[in-house]
Design a binder for this molecule. Structure first.
Ligand code: ADP
Ligand code: MG
Length: 245
């Protein structure tokens, strides 16, 4: 599904990722953990095409196609969806307006209002949010947890194949974390891949990762499974120990 090769990325002339490599296969759940400021969000931003993150060298191939030559909206249309660590508020644009036009762009068809409303109602029920959320401006005035739910509502409408979750669990209470994780588990299938960036194992207890990668100094320095995540949560990033692959 996604292949990142020897990717070097800078922000404001500072190198953040250096010869970074990552594979996310179809139907797999992959986790990246690492200390604050190490470049985890940078990975998500660069996959999505944020222009603040400059690709100095290397490649990102998504389903056999060079992702770096595509604009953000083209990447979205190809089925990539990022749940931002800090979702932005968009004043004056409602969820409904944005989603209807995004959906029409993605499918190339006019939205059937009846079907759209039916789908929204079911999604809101699953996420335990009022159906009126659809008429609110994107993330405006929402609490941290509500913003995350709102982002997932958008995700379930757009039906992406590659989901990037940048600290979805931050700011979520335990019940919301369970509801959102279970909804993702239900959505997940052989055609979907998920990248989970997290500091905590709670989300991984619901969404069992196939691989857990630890990052340091711009690249992945250790790979393991759920057990590795448990060790990190317990003992921290003892980098002298994790730097040997
Ligand atoms: P993480 O998600 O692992 O905590 P980030 O990828 O957000 O780390 O950031 C990596 C480094 O890049 C940090 O030192 C951060 O301050 C810097 N950085 C990220 N985005 C920007 C930006 N837009 N402008 C300036 N510095 C940035
Ligand atoms: Mg981050």
């Amino acid at each position: 599904m996604l292949k990142i090769r020897d990717l070097t990325v800078s922000v404001n002339d500072k190198i953040i990722l250096k010869d970074f490599n990552l594979d996310i296969d179809k139907g797999k759940i992959v986790t990246i953990m690492g200390p604050n400021g190490i470049g985890k969000s940078t990975i998500c931003k660069v996959i999505m095409g944020d222009p603040n993150y400059k690709v100095e060298s290397g490649s990102i191939i998504y389903r056999g196609e060079n992702l770096l030559s595509l604009s953000v909206d083209e990447r979205s249309k190809k089925g990539i969806y990022l749940v931002n660590q800090n979702p932005i508020e968009v004043e004056g644009v409602s969820n409904a307006e944005m989603l209807r036009s995004a959906l029409e762009c993605r499918t190339g068809e006019k939205t059937n209002f009846f079907e759209f409303n039916k789908k929204i109602t079911a999604i809101c029920e699953k996420l335990n949010i009022p159906a009126s959320f659809i008429h609110r401006n994107i993330n405006e005035g929402m609490s941290g947890g509500e913003k995350k739910k709102n982002e997932l509502m958008q995700l379930y409408i757009l039906e992406p194949n590659l989901i990037l979750l940048d600290e979805l669990d931050s700011g979520l209470d335990v019940d919301s974390l369970r509801e959102l994780s279970n909804s993702l588990k239900e959505y997940f299938n052989d055609e979907v891949s998920i990248l989970i960036i997290t500091h905590h194992i709670s989300i991984l207890e619901y969404l069992k990762p196939d691989y857990v990668h630890i990052m340091n100094e711009g690249k992945i320095v250790k790979t393991g499974d759920f057990e590795l995540a448990k060790t990190i949560e317990k003992s921290g990033f003892r980098l002298d120990e994790v730097s040997e692959n």
